[in-house]
Design a protein around this ligand. Structure first.
Ligand SMILES: Nc1ncnc2c1ncn2[C@@H]1O[C@H](COP(=O)(O)OP(=O)(O)OP(=O)(O)O)[C@@H](O)[C@H]1O
Length: 232
């Protein structure tokens, strides 16, 4: 059994049917990317896994536990974390307060030092408020807030968006380090090169349907698939 098994997932916004029988599986220690054009349903998929959006049908099983239909705090307690595109840190709290608060209700947690080893910049900025951080520092903090809860799986929604190339490389190194340490990751990212460099396996979603599944290595060698589904 895979760490995460998603079957027949359907989600709606009001009357709009957005996800159609989405199926995914993610093995323990795997980095899986979900690619697709704008509006294809990537964020909705992550939100549906996390219980931010309640799927209308289907199943989301994490480590043998059915999570579909549960609220996001319950999903978080079961070991899933979503790092939202909007980062969602507390602007009026400093870096360390943000991290400590995120870890408070976690059954297991990483020591602060482990977060600071991964993101030395956060240690330097530990006393700075959320509002005073750069975009890259905010993203590091958002990821740190997820990791401090020692999740079984982390969902990253466009972690590199809007960041300078040097910061993207920095964050990619952190993701590689995480993956090497065995962290299971689902990554949604527009930056195709970065995605294919990080992911082991890739799904492509198109209009709410999964249209391709394969290894990242195979996808790199298949320009026609990239062209057909992503237009690149
Ligand atoms: N809160 C919402 N209410 C209604 N429709 C929504 C809402 N959020 C997203 N949608 C619609 O659902 C579809 C899928 O959106 P989603 O954000 O999942 O796409 P995406 O693949 O993540 O794209 P992007 O890269 O643009 O974020 C789109 O047609 C979008 O307009």
């Amino acid at each position: 059994m895979s760490l995460l098994e998603v079957n027949g997932l359907n989600s709606h916004y009001g009357d709009s049917h957005i996800l159609f029988d989405v199926g995914l599986r993610v093995e323990k220690n795997e980095v899986v990317a979900l690619l697709g054009r704008n509006g294809a349903g990537k964020s909705t998929t992550l939100k549906s896994l996390m219980g931010v959006v309640t799927p209308t049908s289907g199943s989301v099983v994490l480590d043998g536990v059915e999570l579909a239909g549960r609220k996001s705090h319950a999903v978080a307690r079961a070991g899933m974390q979503l790092v939202h595109e909007e980062r969602r840190i507390f602007a009026s709290l400093n870096v360390e307060e943000n991290l400590v608060l995120a870890g408070l209700t976690a059954p297991n947690k990483w020591p602060l030092e482990r977060i600071y080893e991964m993101f030395p910049r956060l240690k330097e900025r530990r006393g700075s408020r959320g509002t005073d951080l750069s975009g890259g520092e905010q993203q590091m903090l958002a990821i740190g807030r997820a990791l401090i809860r020692d999740p079984k799986i982390v969902l990253l929604d466009e972690p590199f968006e809007g960041l300078a190339p040097v910061i993207v490389r920095n964050l990619m190194d952190a993701c590689r380090e995480l993956a090497a340490a065995g962290q299971t990751i689902v990554l949604v990212e527009q930056n195709l090169a970065a995605t294919l460099a990080l992911a082991h396996r890739v799904y492509i979603i198109n209009n709410g349907h999964i249209v391709h599944e394969g290894s990242a290595a195979d996808l790199k060698r298949s320009p026609e698939i990239l062209q057909r589904h992503l237009g690149v």
